[in-house]
Write a protein that binds this ligand. Sequence first.
Ligand SMILES: Cc1cc2nc3c(=O)[nH]c(=O)nc-3n(C[C@H](O)[C@H](O)[C@H](O)COP(=O)(O)O)c2cc1C
Length: 359
Amino acid sequence: MLESKRVRELLGVDRAIIQAPMAGGITTPDLVAEVSAAGGLGMIAGGSLAPDDLRSLIRETRGRTGRNFGVNLFIPRNFEVTDSDIENAFRLLRPAYDAFGLEQGPVTPAAPGDVREKFDRQLDVVVEEGVPVVSFIFGIPDADQLSRLKSYGIVTLATATTAAEAADIAAAGLDAVILQGAEAGGHRGAHPGTTEDSLTGLMPLISESVKRMDIPVIAAGGIMTGRGIVSAGILGSEGVQMGTAFLAALESGAHPLHKRILTESADIPAVLTKLFTGRQARAVKNRFISEFGMFEDEMTAYPVQRSLTQPFQDASKNAGSPDYAMLLAGQGKQHARHMPAAELIEVLSLEVGELGYDI
Ligand SMILES: Cc1cc2nc3c(=O)[nH]c(=O)nc-3n(C[C@H](O)[C@H](O)[C@H](O)COP(=O)(O)O)c2cc1C
């Protein structure tokens, strides 16, 4: 028996399996609703959504399941990008635009104040819509934001990439910690003050974190199978959050090329790069990462860099080419299974059961 009762009760689910929030249209209402209906916790990736779009997505998802689901948000951070930084990055990125005959348009980056304002509105939406679970990445909400969420009975989770960050989350009074091991697909959830290069593998991260806190920890990073779930559980995690595994699900909104490459690129590594968005993220290595890697330090900060690379990312996917696309994935990608999300939850539960445990 794995110790998952606290997490199941906290999240109001039958199985301590969270479908990771995945920004970029991947966590469709169908994916989230199917996961929740199958007894796990579906998560809407709200971080990059305009507040009104987030509200619509919550309502649409609620229309498809009466079960609990959650919303994930990005803790805002200051950044500084000048016009000349953008000009310089555009100059270096020119060949990627040329590969698809694209023009480099003017970019008017959102100011840090706009990003904070958007976050406040997103919080309003989750409170007004009565979302039962909210998770955060890239930091911890401040005391006022947290007490507001708690006063509405909303369960709060935050992501940690080191045991010290996990201890900070527990000290701030959140309900559980999501431990993101170095194996994880997508962006590193490092907090301000922690380097994104502090790449602790999931095994030591769980072992060290559980020593330091009493609230439950939920493991993320490279978990693709029942064996992975059990291994994390034996080390002390009380639940799992799986991204890449659900990225491949039938209901995921990931581009077909993105889904296919997970299993078709078994020997191509998923590596860390800041090139696509200005923040370290683990993605399938491709031509863009290989050929532009030397310019990484000359690129702009998150979130500006994302708007500079989006045009050729999209063009690459639409042309059916992985060369310039951001194909976020964890190190376990080759174990992805292309099946409906509810079936995946069933299979995972069976696999855990065959090992003599349950989740
Ligand atoms: C395509 C993709 C998008 C992601 N987007 C988010 C996000 O919006 N918010 C977040 O908290 N985590 C995000 N993550 C990270 C996941 O929460 C989680 O840490 C990771 O998927 C775990 O590793 P795995 O992919 O090996 O299962 C994303 C991961 C992937 C693969």
